[in-house]
Each structure stands twice: as structure tokens, then as C-alpha cells.
Design a protein around this ligand. Structure first.
Ligand SMILES: Cc1cc2nc3c(=O)[nH]c(=O)nc-3n(C[C@H](O)[C@H](O)[C@H](O)COP(=O)(O)O)c2cc1C
Length: 195
């Protein structure tokens, strides 16, 4: 299997886009754009992000005790590209709070997950940053940025009622109520473009 083909296959799985941030021992902020973010567990709240072994920021993320997952909305396209580039001051725009001793948080992120670094299992050409979510904030008035086939997209439609051949669980109900609440506030990018 060629890497080129695997890239294309990977791109068929849509995902959200995040910027993962931390600070080094001197307090300098570091970060990279990541679409590999995933939830591993809700109780306890565990998340993971894959970081390429070739990333400049790898040593910093291997040494840090904490990191922040900043979930991007559709207005963050340029920011996502800046944090996917190398060799420039990614924090120059002042979009992040970088208070003394605090990990950098994106001011207008869709969600901010502050994580305690737990472990970094080997993952081939990536390492996995596994963290426990210790604090979070959300802004559900914005639409998520979606990556699909190497491009950024917006959600176009939300299906409210996936059909279940069984009785819905509490988790199912939470999911459906959450989706309905978001749509009521105009977050879902339906044809009506309610905002
Ligand atoms: C949409 C998008 C998603 C990305 N997802 C990841 C990812 O999950 N893991 C990763 O290691 N790099 C990912 N990258 C690439 C890194 O953001 C990029 O290599 C970055 O420059 C690494 O930071 P560095 O300057 O420390 O090397 C992604 C890039 C883009 C544009």
C-alpha cells in the first residue's frame, strides 16, 4: 500500500479540526493543527491526539504535564493553516490567552478541553497524546469546521432521528436532545441558515 493511497483513504473519514497547545519549560506556547483528536472514554473523560514523530513540537509535547484541545469553528480556516505550518510564530495573532502559568486557550473556540497528560503510547510514525479532561468550556453558537478529502467543509444538514432497532439508551437520548438543542439555536447549518 502506498502512502499516497493511504492518505486518500484516510481523507474519506470526515473529522473535526482542532489546535492542540501547550507551553514549554520557559512558558513559551507551542501548538499544531490536528484532526486526529478522539474521545477514548467519558468516565473517566479521556481523549487522545496523534502527533507525528516529525513534528517540531514533539519534544515539548513529550515533556509537558498538560495540553489543551481547542475545537475549531468554520471561521478558523486561516488559523488552522497557520498552525499546520512550520517555522513561524504561530501565536502572533493574539487569538489565544497565554496568561502566566496557564496553557494557551483559543478565545473563541467551539470547545476548549484542558487535559492532564497521562501517557504517550507509541503509534508507528505518530505518538498518541492521551490526556484526562480536567476543565472545559464551550460556545455552541458556532459551526464546527470539518475536514474531508483534504479540504475544509461545513455541516450542511443534521439528521435528528437515527432509527434504532432497539430501545434508545440514556446515551442515545442525550445525543438526540443535544442535537435538537443545538439546532434550535441555529447551530446546525441547515438550508434555513438560521443564526
Ligand atoms: C487539517 C489538518 C489536520 C492535521 N492533523 C494532524 C494530526 O492529527 N497530527 C499531526 O501530527 N499533524 C497533523 N497535521 C499537520 C500538523 O498540523 C503540521 O505538521 C504542524 O506543522 C506540526 O507542527 P510543527 O510546526 O511543530 O512541526 C494536520 C494538518 C492539517 C492542515
Amino acid at each position: 500500500m502506498s502512502l499516497r493511497v493511504l492518505h486518500a483513504v484516510r481523507g474519506l473519514f470526515p473529522s473535526g479540526v482542532t489546535i492542540v497547545t501547550t507551553t514549554d519549560r520557559t512558558g513559551r506556547p507551542h501548538g499544531f493543527t490536528a484532526s486526529s483528536f478522539t474521545w477514548l472514554s467519558l468516565a473517566p473523560p479521556l481523549v487522545a491526539v496523534s502527533l507525528a514523530r516529525t513534528a517540531h513540537c514533539l519534544p515539548v509535547f513529550c515533556a509537558t504535564e498538560g495540553f489543551v484541545v481547542n475545537v475549531l469553528h468554520t471561521g478558523h480556516r486561516d488559523l488552522a493553516l497557520r498552525f499546520a505550518s512550520k517555522g513561524e510564530d504561530k501565536f502572533r495573532g493574539g487569538e489565544f490567552t497565554c496568561d502566566d502559568g496557564d496553557l494557551p486557550r483559543l478565545r473563541d473556540a467551539l470547545a476548549v478541553l484542558v487535559c492532564r497528560a497521562l501517557r504517550r503510547p507509541d503509534g508507528g510514525d505518530h505518538i498518541q497524546l492521551v490526556g484526562e479532561v480536567v476543565a472545559h468550556s464551550t460556545d455552541t453558537t458556532r459551526r464546527p469546521m470539518v475536514q474531508y478529502r483534504n479540504a475544509f467543509h461545513e455541516l450542511a444538514r443534521v439528521e435528528h432521528a437515527p432509527s434504532h432497532p432497539r430501545h434508545p439508551t440514556d446515551h442515545d437520548r442525550d445525543m438526540l436532545h443535544g442535537a435538537a438543542a443545538l439546532t434550535d439555536r441555529g447551530v446546525a447549518a441547515g438550508e434555513g441558515e438560521a443564526q
